[in-house]
Design a binder for this molecule. Structure first.
Ligand code: ARG
Length: 456
């Protein structure tokens, strides 16, 4: 490079070089270059002979990349320069024409947009597979009872199907977030040049169509500085990883001996090197632990981007490693969650036992009083006294004598046993989205429709 009279310091080279990680963009970069070269030829900016040479050179490089024989040289600063250097080695001066009417600035933004779009689609597909398993498991456990919790205290009983569908809907919203990422990365930056556009009448729309973009970016200054779609992906991945973490945490809790609600299969558990009796839910624990790492990538990129002046700045090179790690983390997690849930064994008896606690019917007793004309706030207080009476005497609610009940709540007058009959508190939740079997069946229908739509 004639602009410089002395070589780069090796320390600077190490700091500056991105090829060790942006190597991963090679397939996208090659696709982009093929589309760009085709357009240059169609606009007669290069000849058809140049195009043929470039095409065959790019195909040869693709083979080297696929067979892991592509060689990186110490002064290949990034994958874009490595590919161009190799192209010139392979086909001679025609290779040097490929970079006409483009810059690494619009090139890298386009590669990353292609990458984000491809992996938003994979995340969506993996989410659909996970949702499918949740739906199946919900159908399988339609009327199994367990306590629902608030503050991790037993609150009101629910059906396991209803509970599993709660996870389904969280992941369903995640698919919408990844959908948005696909739209956010749908305007092609290529053709913006370094920042101001290029000096040739190129056909951006043709290149965009070739690469599968829906449109071309409307402003070159914005386009080369835009990494919003990476933030969007990281944000969708962070929320999704948080859901997976909550799911993992619940499985850890439920598979403890204290709960005993479920047991992971051996394929997703490990033993202890010292305590032979142990079966540890490691897969669920790691799902629980991965979320902060994805969230950290999001927050790191916000840190990189904040305060950056327009347009391209080398800081933007820091967008990649976090993105790649987030993609690898979330895609692996989604597969693990899917397979772990597929095999998870639930313990019907333990769940039923825990939901037999008749204090879980307290809200239903309060509602019975409401139906008998007592304002809810008051009935809440009456039932609280009833519960205290029972707790003080070490009894269940159903074990209180008529006299004890009447002393606190004369309005109840015999209605208590009806309300406390087994299953009554579940079937009483008749509101839309509630736990009664009819509503859960309705919800299963909605979930199936949502899955069809997400998968389409
Ligand atoms: N490796 C760079 C990156 O990832 C590519 C763009 C470099 N552009 C430049 N003008 N130095 O951001």
């Amino acid at each position: 490079m004639a602009r410089f009279s002395s070589p780069q310091d090796p320390l600077f080279q190490r700091l500056n070089s991105s090829v060790a990680f942006d190597y991963r963009l090679a397939p996208y970069d090659l696709e982009l270059s093929r589309a760009h070269a085709r357009m240059l030829a169609s606009r007669e900016i290069i000849t058809t002979e140049d195009l043929e040479a470039i095409d065959s050179g790019l195909a040869a490089i693709r083979q080297e990349i696929d067979s892991d024989s592509f060689e990186i040289r110490p002064d290949d600063e990034d994958i874009h320069m490595a590919i161009e250097r190799r192209l010139i080695e392979l086909i001679g001066p025609a290779g040097g024409k490929l970079h006409t009417a483009r810059s690494r600035n619009d090139q890298v933004a386009t590669d990353v947009a292609l990458f984000v779009r491809a992996h938003s689609l994979s995340a969506k597909q993996l989410l659909c597979e996970l949702m499918d398993v949740l739906l199946e498991r919900a159908e399988e456990h339609l009327d199994w009872r367990l306590p629902g919790y608030t503050h991790l205290q037993r609150a009101q009983p629910v059906y396991l199907s209803h509970h599993l569908l709660a996870w389904f809907w969280k992941f369903s919203r995640d698919t919408q977030r990844f959908d948005f990422c696909m739209r956010a990365s749908d305007a092609m930056p290529l053709g913006s040049g370094a920042l101001a556009g290029v000096n040739f009448l190129i056909d951006r729309v043709a290149v965009a169509r070739d690469l599968g973009f829906g449109s071309v970016s409307p402003n070159s200054i914005d386009a080369v500085s835009n990494r919003d779609f990476v933030l969007d992906y990281l944000s969708a991945a962070a929320t999704c990883a948080t859901h997976l973490s909550q799911l993992g945490a619940e499985i850890v809790l439920w598979s403890s001996q204290e709960f005993g609600f479920c047991e992971p299969t051996d394929a997703f558990a490990s033993g202890s090197s010292i305590m032979p009796q142990k079966k540890n839910p490691d897969a669920a624990e790691l799902l629980r632990a991965k979320a902060p790492r994805v969230v950290a990538h999001l927050s790191a990129l916000h840190g990189v981007l904040h305060g950056l002046p327009l347009t391209y700045n080398k800081d933007l090179q820091e967008d990649k490693e976090g993105l790649f790690d987030a993609v690898d983390t979330i895609e692996l997690e989604l597969q693990v969650a899917r397979e772990m849930l597929r095999g998870l064994r639930f313990n019907r008896e333990r769940m039923a036992e825990a939901s037999r606690d008749d204090f879980l019917g307290a809200t239903d007793i309060a509602d019975l009083l409401v139906r008998r004309g007592v304002p809810f706030r008051e009935s809440h207080g009456i039932v609280a006294s009833l519960v205290r009476t029972a707790v003080d005497q070490g009894k269940h609610l159903a074990e209180l004598t008529d006299a004890e009940v009447t002393a606190v709540a004369p309005q109840l007058d015999g209605g208590l046993s009806e309300v406390l009959a087994e299953g009554a508190w579940l079937e009483s939740k008749v509101s839309e989205g509630g736990t009664s079997l009819e509503r859960v069946r309705e919800q299963l229908g909605r979930a199936r429709a949502a899955l069809r739509e997400a998968g389409a």
